[in-house]
Design a protein around this ligand. Structure first.
Ligand code: PEP
Ligand code: MN
Length: 642
C-alpha cells in the first residue's frame, strides 16, 4: 500500500501516519517519486483505508495489487531512469556495458576497457569476486582486482559495475565501484539484498536461474525497500530442460517485466547462451524485444580467459554487435547511448589550426521547430537528454537564427526522410547560414498517427492538419480519404496543438503518439505512414566560433568524427563531376549520399550534396578536401560529425 503525502505535510503529521501504520503491523518507508513524497507500507498489516485517507497530510492512499509495491508500475507509471555517474540507463536509450567475466590482471582489464570503449560501451563490467560452481575454479582477484578495474574505468571515463557476493564485502567495495551487481546465484540472498540496498547506490540485479518474474521483482523490492532507488534488472537466462545452451534466454520476460515494473531491464546474452557465436543474435533479439541495454562479456583473448572464455566475444565481434545495435535502435524507437562523457572536442579536420576562441553558450537551450511533442523535439531529447532545456521555434529558419544569435546553444533540424527524400529547405538554409555547421546526427523512426479530440470519430473528420512532410509520408492513407481538406502546419505537434486549442471534433492531425499525449488527444489510427520503414535523419547544428571551428556541445561527447557532409558545384565541362568522385574513389572514401539540386537564381546549374565516410586517418581526409577544393567551383563543408 502506498500513502501519498500532501506537498506541505508537517513532520508531526508524518509521524502520526507512521505510527498509525506501524501500530497496524506495517513496515513503513518514506520515498520520493518525482515531486511526490510517499510512505510505502509493506508487510501483513491491516488498516482501514478510509480512516487512513482522512488523516491530516494524506493526499491519497493507493492500494497496489502486487506484492512488489515499490517496484510496481501501479505505484509509478513513468520509467525509472537510473544514473550511474554520467551514464543513464532506461527511457529511450540503449546502454551497453561490456568487459571481461573476471578481472585477471591490471593489463587485461585495461586492454579490455580500451577495446570495448572504442566500440562504444559506456560502462565497464568485470568480476573481482567470482561465484564459481567449483571451489577449485578461479575465484577472482578480490579487492586487488577491483582496484585494477577502478583504475581502468577512471582512465577511460567509464563507470564500473562489479559483483558483490557477500554482505561483509559491501562496505569495503562501495568506494571503489560505481554500481553493485547482485549475481544470479545470490538473487534471493536476502541479507545481501538488504545490505546492498541500504548503501543507496545503483544496483544491477540479475535474475536467478530458476526465479519466476515475481520472485525477481520481489528481490528488487528488497533493494528498493532497503534504501536504494536505482535498481536495474538483468535477464541472464533461466534454467530449462534445454542443455545445448548454458541457459535459456527468456525473451518474453523483457516486455512482461517492463509492463509490471518501472525499473530498466537489461539483458546479459553471454550467460544466457554461453556460446560465443550465438551471443550477438541473442543480444539483438533482446534489443528488439525492448531491453534498455546489455551487459556483454568481452575478452581480448577469450581462449586464455580464466573464466567464461567460451562465451566471451572477441573485441572485433563486439564492435560488429555495436554497429548492428546502432542500426536496429531506431526500429524500436531508441538510440544507442554513445560516450556521454565530456572530453574536449577532438581536433576538427577543417580548419585544423587553432581551438575555438569563443565558447558556445552552454547553458542556453537547444532549439527545435514546432511545438512540444514534435519528432524534432524527441530527436533532441535523444541527443541532449530528457531534461535538456528546449526552445521551441516557429520555423526551421528560426532554429538557425536562434543558434546563430546564441539564444540556443545548438539546434536540431530534419534533413532527410527515408520515404520522401531530402528536406531541401534545411539544406538550402545551410548555404544561407555559413556560420552554422552540422555537428551531429540522429536517426529516428517516424510512426505517424491520426489523432483527434477525445470525442471525435474517424467518420466525422473533414479536415486534417500536419507538416507537409506528414502528408507526404502518409500519402497512401490520405488517398483513402480524398474529401479531407489538408491544412499545413509548422510541425506535426503544432497541428495537434491547434486541435487541442480549438476543441474541434471534425479536425484531425497527423502527428506522433507523443504529441497525442502532450495535448491529451486520442489516437484514431496508429501507424498510417505509407511504409513502416520510415526514418528521419536529424542534423544537430551549432554555431562556428570566430576561427570557423564549430562549438560542439559537450553532450555530443568526444568520439572521433565518422562522416562529413559536403556541397559543391563543378565547372560546365565533360567529366568535371567524375573528376571529383574519382578523388574519393582513389582515396577509398565511401560516398553514402549524392544528390543534385538546382542553384537558386542560376537556372540549369546544380549543387551536389554529398555525404562521405571519414577514414580513421584524418590527415587523409584533409588531403581529399584540398584536392576536392581545387577541382570544384563552389565548395562548402557543412560539417564533420559522428
Ligand atoms: C557475471 O555476470 O559474471 C555472472 C556471474 O553472472 P550470473 O550471476 O548471471 O551468472
Ligand atoms: Mn561470467
Amino acid at each position: 500500500m502506498i500513502v501519498v503525502l500532501s506537498k506541505n505535510i508537517s513532520g508531526h503529521d508524518k509521524d502520526i501516519i507512521r505510527v498509525y501504520l506501524k501500530d497496524r503491523g506495517f513496515s513503513v518507508r518514506e520515498q520520493f517519486f518525482g515531486e511526490e513524497a510517499v510512505i510505502g507500507a509493506t508487510g501483513k498489516g491491516v488498516a482501514d483505508i478510509r480512516e487512513l485517507g482522512l488523516l491530516p497530510g494524506v493526499e491519497r492512499v493507493a492500494q497496489t495489487s502486487k506484492p512488489y509495491e515499490l517496484a510496481s508500475r501501479e505505484t509509478q507509471s513513468a520509467d525509472t531512469i537510473v544514473s550511474v555517474g554520467p551514464v543513464k540507463i532506461g527511457g529511450s536509450r540503449i546502454t551497453v556495458i561490456a568487459g571481461p567475466c573476471a578481472v585477471e590482471s591490471r593489463e587485461q582489464i585495461q586492454e579490455t576497457a580500451e577495446r570495448v570503449r572504442e566500440s562504444g560501451a559506456v560502462m565497464l563490467r568485470g568480476g573481482a569476486y567470482k561465484p564459481r560452481t567449483s571451489p577449485y575454479a578461479f575465484q577472482g582477484l578480490g579487492m586487488k582486482g577491483l582496484e585494477f578495474m577502478k583504475e581502468a574505468g577512471e582512465a577511460l571515463n567509464m563507470p564500473i559495475v562489479t559483483e558483490v557476493v557477500s554482505p561483509e564485502f559491501a562496505d569495503q567495495m562501495k568506494d571503489l565501484t560505481d554500481m553493485f551487481q547482485i549475481g544470479a546465484r545470490n538473487m534471493q540472498n536476502f541479507e545481501l539484498l538488504k545490505k546492498v540496498g541500504s548503501l543507496g547506490m545503483p544496483v544491477l540485479l540479475k535474475r536467478g536461474p530458476s526465479a519466476t518474474m515475481e520472485e525477481w521483482l520481489m528481490a528488487a523490492e528488497y533493494l528498493l525497500a532497503s534504501g536504494t532507488k536505482d535498481v536495474v534488472l538483468c535477464e541472464r537466462g533461466i534454467r530449462t530442460f534445454e542443455t545445448y545452451t548454458r541457459n535459456t534466454l527468456d525473451i518474453s520476460a523483457i516486455p512482461v517485466v517492463k509492463k509490471l515494473c518501472h525499473l530498466p531491464v537489461i539483458v546479459d546474452p553471454s550467460h544466457a547462451v554461453g556460446i560465443r557465436g550465438k551471443v550477438s543474435p541473442a543480444a539483438l533479439a533482446a534489443i528488439a524485444a525492448g531491453a534498455d541495454g546489455l551487459t556483454v562479456e568481452v575478452h581480448p583473448r577469450p581462449d586464455e580467459a580464466l573464466s567464461d572464455g567460451m562465451q566471451s566475444l572477441f573485441p572485433e565481434q563486439f564492435e560488429r554487435l555495436m554497429r548492428d545495435i546502432e542500426a536496429l535502435a531506431p526500429v524500436v524507437g531508441k538510440e544507442l547511448l554513445r560516450t556521454p562523457l565530456f572530453a574536449p572536442p577532438t581536433d576538427t579536420v577543417v580548419p585544423k589550426s587553432k581551438p575555438p576562441t569563443d565558447t558556445a553558450p552552454q547553458d542556453a537551450p537547444v532549439a527545435f521547430s514546432g511545438d512540444s511533442g514534435s519528432y524534432a523535439e524527441q530527436a533532441l531529447m535523444r541527443v541532449f537528454g530528457d531534461d535538456a532545456a528546449r526552445l521551441s521555434c516557429g520555423s526551421f529558419q528560426a532554429v538557425f537564427d536562434a543558434v546563430l544569435d546564441g539564444s540556443a546553444s545548438a539546434g536540431v533540424v530534419p534533413i532527410e526522410n527515408s520515404l520522401t527524400g531530402s528536406i531541401h529547405e534545411n539544406y538550402d538554409l545551410f548555404l544561407r547560414y555559413p556560420d552554422i555547421a552540422i555537428v551531429g546526427e540522429v536517426t529516428r523512426r517516424i510512426t505517424h498517427c491520426l489523432i483527434a479530440d477525445e470525442r471525435a470519430s474517424i467518420d466525422d473528420i473533414r479536415v486534417v492538419r500536419s507538416h507537409p512532410q506528414g502528408f507526404e509520408q502518409c500519402r497512401e492513407f490520405l488517398s483513402k480519404h480524398p474529401d479531407w481538406e489538408q491544412q499545413p502546419s509548422v510541425s506535426t505537434a503544432t497541428a495537434a496543438a491547434s486541435i487541442a486549442r480549438e476543441g474541434a471534433t471534425r479536425i484531425a492531425a497527423i502527428a506522433g503518439e507523443e504529441a497525442a499525449k502532450v495535448f491529451s488527444l486520442k489516437v484514431l489510427k496508429y501507424g498510417i505512414e505509407t511504409n513502416p520503414l520510415n526514418y528521419t535523419r536529424f542534423a544537430v547544428i551549432a554555431r562556428r566560433g570566430a576561427d570557423g571551428v564549430p562549438l560542439v556541445p559537450p553532450s555530443l561527447g568526444s568520439a572521433p568524427p565518422s562522416k562529413a557532409s559536403l556541397v559543391f558545384s563543378v565547372t560546365d565541362e565533360p567529366g568535371s563531376l567524375f573528376a571529383c568522385l574519382k578523388i574519393l574513389t582513389e582515396k577509398g572514401l565511401n560516398l553514402s549520399k549524392l544528390e543534385s539540386r538546382p542553384i537558386q537564381g542560376q537556372p540549369w546549374t546544380y549543387l551536389f550534396y554529398t555525404d562521405v565516410t571519414i577514414p580513421g586517418d584524418e590527415s587523409l581526409f584533409q588531403s581529399v578536401l584540398t584536392e576536392l577544393k581545387a577541382k570544384t567551383k563552389d565548395f562548402y563543408l557543412l560539417g564533420i560529425y559522428r
